[in-house]
Design a protein around this ligand. Structure first.
Ligand SMILES: [Zn+2]
Length: 315
């Protein structure tokens, strides 16, 4: 394998959960020189069944996933650079995140973000690899803008569009297989080798392994008409997350230090560091990240979350 070529490559892994930790582990050990890892969340104990870069200590401290991943990956390979980004990937930041990478690897858990990656990569002519796992099943597909079919050629506007919270039912070996498939194709793309042309579907529990031929559609809204409806969409301000939590993006910038000084006497501060301020009010646990993005745990009502946010944090 061409080690120099890999060392001079730069990739972005979107998502640092089950697929993301496996893929980052593979890419770091293979010696990919610069690896951007983006994730919006922090480590929790029920992640450990399938998210291989984390341990119980990370979960107890509940540090951001990308920071925990960086710490582990630097111990695995000190020659490479890990670039952690604690962010929710959205239409306003994705092009900036992927602007000078050779390849984007999908390790997200929802179709909305995948369609956004598809739009951004086609628009900017960056190869990307789709990968998804639900239960014992998984899929992957290589997408080379202008050459192959894209994710919207494979999946039209889906009926099952809403993200699911079925992650607890994910078989960790199915994750490892899809992550290995994505990692293998990633290395082939970075080394300009011939890649797999078909999409692939597997069911690891039932030993099904099925290549799927995907035709490039002339009238595809993304790669044909180049109407990037996800990239041109608005940033969702309030979003319900898996695990009884709501995420809120602020409409204006919030400085953590100011927020800490304002709240420290009236709330129960759990943690305040360079990445986030975490505090508790009644049964609600707030994690406010550097840019003001906030996750409120213990709440699955978007209206209530919004009113809690404006009461304690701002608009
Ligand atoms: Zn297409």
């Amino acid at each position: 394998m061409d080690k120099k070529k890999l060392l001079s490559s730069k990739i972005a892994i979107i998502g640092c959960g089950a697929l993301g930790t496996h893929i980052a582990n593979n890419m770091a050990r293979a010696g990919v020189g610069r690896i951007i890892i983006v994730d919006r969340d922090f480590v929790e104990i029920d992640n450990l069944q399938r998210q291989i870069l984390f341990d119980e200590e990370d979960a107890v401290k509940r540090i951001p996933k990308v920071m925990a991943a960086k710490k582990k990956l630097k111990k695995i390979n000190s020659e490479i650079e890990i670039i952690p980004i604690i962010e929710d990937v959205n239409p306003s930041n994705i092009e900036d995140i992927i602007k000078d990478v050779d390849l984007v690897i999908d390790a997200t858990d929802n179709l909305e973000t995948r369609f956004l990656i598809n739009d951004a990569c086609i628009k900017n002519d960056i190869p990307w690899i789709y990968g998804a796992v639900i239960g014992t099943e998984g899929m992957s597909m290589n997408i080379l803008p202008g050459k192959t079919a894209c994710l919207r050629c494979l999946l039209q506007m889906p009926t099952s569009f809403l993200p699911t919270c079925e992650t607890e039912g994910v078989l960790n070996t199915a994750v490892a297989i899809i992550a290995s498939i994505e990692s293998t194709e990633a290395i082939k793309i970075l080394l300009n080798k011939k890649i797999r042309e078909e999409a692939i579907y597997i069911d690891i529990w039932n030993s099904i392994w099925l290549p799927i031929k995907v035709e490039k559609k002339k009238d595809c809204i993304a790669c044909g008409k180049r109407e990037f409806e996800f990239l041109n969409g608005k940033v969702t301000q309030v979003k319900t997350l898996c695990g009884n939590a709501v995420q809120i993006n602020p409409t204006k910038e919030i400085l953590l230090k100011d927020l800490y000084n304002r709240l420290k006497e009236i709330v129960d501060v759990i943690d305040f560091n360079e990445y986030f301020l975490r505090f508790k009010i009644n049964d609600y646990e707030f994690t406010v990240f550097k840019n003001g993005r906030t996750i409120i745990k213990g709440c699955n009502d978007e209206k209530l979350a919004k009113s809690l946010f404006s009461k304690y944090i701002g608009s």
